[in-house]
Structures are given as C-alpha cells and as structure tokens.
Design a protein around this ligand. Structure first.
Ligand code: M6R
Length: 369
C-alpha cells in the first residue's frame, strides 16, 4: 500500500503534483474563471464580507498564514489568521459580515471544531477547507471546499498542505472575482499560473537528490534555523515544524527582518540556516533585503542553505548550498519552496533512525483540546 516507497510520507510527497491537479480539477472554466458552485455561500453574502478570519492548527495554520497574503492582495478584505486553540478564548470580534475559514486536513481537530462552533454562534459564516469527506468540521460549517489530496496517512502533513494552499488561492481568487476588485486581470493571470503549478511541483521533485545528500550530512546537528520573508516566512515556519516533528531537532522559523531584533544572536559557526528567497522579479526590495540577511548570517559563521529561484544569481556568492526552484509568481512560491523542506525533514528523520510515518508523541488527528 506504500506503492513501493519505504514510507507513506515519501509516497505522499511524490503524489503532490497529482493532488494539486486534482484539487484544481473542475474548478476553473475554459475562460479562466473560477466555478466554485460547491461553495454554497451566496455571492451577495460574499460581496458583503468585511473581514476574513482563518482558524487552523499546525501545518494547516501555516497554509492560513499564506492565505492572508493572497486574500488581502487580491480582495483588499482584511484577513486575520489565528491558531484555533487561541481563537475563542480571547473573545474575538465576529459578526455576520465576517467570513471564517477553517482549514483542517482531517476535519476532526477539536480545537478547530471548537473555533467553528464559536464563530457560528456569533453569526459568522464558516467555510471549511478540508480533505476528509463528511468529517465533522465540514458538517458543522456553512460550506466546504474539499481538497482532493486523497488519504494522507503519514502524521507529517505534506500533500494536504499543498492542496490547502491551492484551496486558499481558489477562495481568495473567487472572492476577488465575485467582488470584482480592480485586480481582475491579475486574477485571470494567476488562475493561468495556478493551472501550471502542478508541473512546477513535479519539476522540483525531480531535483531532490542533492537535498537528501545534504540532509544526511546534517544528521548530527542539534539546531536548524529557517528564515523567510513575505510568504516565505510561513514556509520557514512549516520547514521548522516538519523538522521538529520528524527529526526531533530544535528548529525555528523566523521572519528574516526580525533577525537583528534578537535571533541573530543564535548564529554560530557552522549552524545550518535555511533561507527561503523571494523572487528577484516583482517585489525586488524583499529580495535585496534577504540577500543582505544571508550575507549577515554568513559573516557570523552560519552554513547557509539557500532556496532560490532559477536564474537568481545574486544569492550565489553567499550560498553554501543552493537549492533551485522554478520561477513562480510571488504569491504561489510556497507551492514549490515547501517541497525541498519536506524532503529535507524526511531524510533527516531517516538518517537519525526515527520513525518517519509515526513520530513519537504525535497523532495524525488531534481530537482533544
Ligand atoms: O487535520 P488537521 O489539518 O486539522 O491537523 C492540524 C495539525 O494537527 C497538523 O497539521 C499537524 O501540525 C501535522 N502533524 C503537521 O505535519
């Protein structure tokens, strides 16, 4: 049932291009418009939404953090993202014009379910993004957009995450489409880009051998840091979470701009630091800033592991290890930048003799608060 792979996680990483394509299937029509009829929240209700709140846990929370950039950019609706476990305890401000998006692979995570119930009690509409048909969270929500990742068996979430991102992009673009924001042309262009993203993921998967080799050389390290900016920041958090749960290593993700506000004190000789570099095209200011961050940490002895777009030559002099990803629109970059981090964590776990599919102390679905 592992389809020739040693672990479910490896199988599920490999299934990502198909999972992504399946999640897009039937949701984009020939003219590049989105057809999300299954989201049974009437367009007039969506037009009146004045705030989006995303609630989720763990990896799904990281998908939510990325969704915020897309939702705010394409729709100009303010978006908050909150850990489901924190949400209802702070008496959040919710009303009928708030759209709550609950992201959950299993659809059974108790913290997320409680957040859904709380939001509905306040009169907000809840849209679930879920991978498990008929599970509790979609049943208790107003609408659901299913991710079509297929069953995810490994405790560490991989293909569910990528499809959650796809679903978030679809919701963001759909909100933009329904509300007719001035980004109409951009939305159509992104829909086209999204249609080719499965191919980009496939391409990344074909270049992972050096990442595996690198991971094996780091098996005896105690700490790995991850840095990113913009959507690369949640990718850094996700890379760190994968490493904690699989390799049982101390791993932390930081917004690169925060370095000099504290974390740079952690940098010491030969400390591996993974840096997710935004595209040099588009928001080039961010790119230049992260290149100087890489210089700063390298000058202090860090071993830099740089994930950068093909053709980005500015990073070359400062990268001890360079992992190339395909040229991708800025907001979609997490789709390709996350994959090497999954492979990296999986290989490190294997090298350290850990149980890949069933990490210690963890359950696939956390059904207690
Ligand atoms: O089923 P859910 O998406 O609600 O689960 C949320 C988290 O428990 C889950 O993403 C967890 O963080 C994963 N083990 C991460 O790989």
């Amino acid at each position: 049932e592992k389809g020739g792979y040693d672990y479910f996680m490896l199988k599920e990483i490999a299934e990502q291009p198909k999972a992504v394509a399946d999640t897009l299937l039937g949701r984009i029509d020939g003219s590049g418009s989105l057809t999300l009829d299954e989201v049974r929240i009437p367009p007039q209700v969506l037009r009146e939404v004045d705030k989006v709140v995303v609630v989720a846990c763990g990896t799904a929370f990281h998908a939510g953090l990325i969704a915020k950039y897309a939702i705010e950019h394409w729709t100009r609706i303010p978006c908050e993202v909150e850990l489901a476990s924190e949400f209802r305890y702070r008496d959040p401000i919710l009303d009928q014009q708030t759209l709550v998006i609950a992201i959950s692979q299993s659809g059974e995570t108790m913290d997320t379910l409680m957040a859904v119930r709380h939001a509905r009690e306040q009169g907000s509409r809840v849209l679930a993004i879920c991978n498990t048909n008929g599970s509790t969270i979609p049943r208790e929500s107003d609408a659901v957009l299913y991710t079509h990742a297929g069953p995810e068996v490994a405790v560490a979430s991989t293909k569910a995450f990528l499809t959650q991102l796809v679903a978030c992009y679809l919701v963001a673009l759909y909100l933009g489409q329904v509300r007719g924001t001035k980004w109409g042309d951009e939305i159509r262009a992104v829909v086209r880009d999204l249609s080719s993203i499965a191919g980009a993921v496939e391409q990344v998967l074909g270049t992972m051998e050096p990442v595996r080799e690198l991971a094996r050389t780091l098996a005896s390290k105690n700490t790995v840091l991850f840095l990113g900016r913009h959507v690369g920041y949640p990718v850094a958090l996700e890379g760190a979470l994968k490493l904690k749960e699989l390799a049982y290593m101390h791993a932390e993700g930081f917004a690169a701009g925060e370095l000099k506000h504290g974390p740079i004190a952690l940098i010491e000789e030969d400390l591996p630091v993974v840096v997710v570099v935004p595209s040099p095209r588009g928001r080039s200011v961010l790119h230049d800033k992260i290149v100087s961050n890489i210089q700063e940490i390298r000058a202090r002895g860090a071993r830099t592991i740089v994930i950068a777009e093909e053709g980005d030559e500015a990073v070359v002099p400062y990268a001890d290890h360079l992992i190339r990803i395909p040229v991708t629109p800025t907001l979609l970059q997490p789709m390709v930048a996350t994959v090497p981090l999954q492979v990296f964590a999986c290989e490190l776990a294997t090298a350290r003799g850990n149980e890949v599919d069933q990490p210690r102390n963890l359950a696939k679905s956390v059904t207690v608060e």
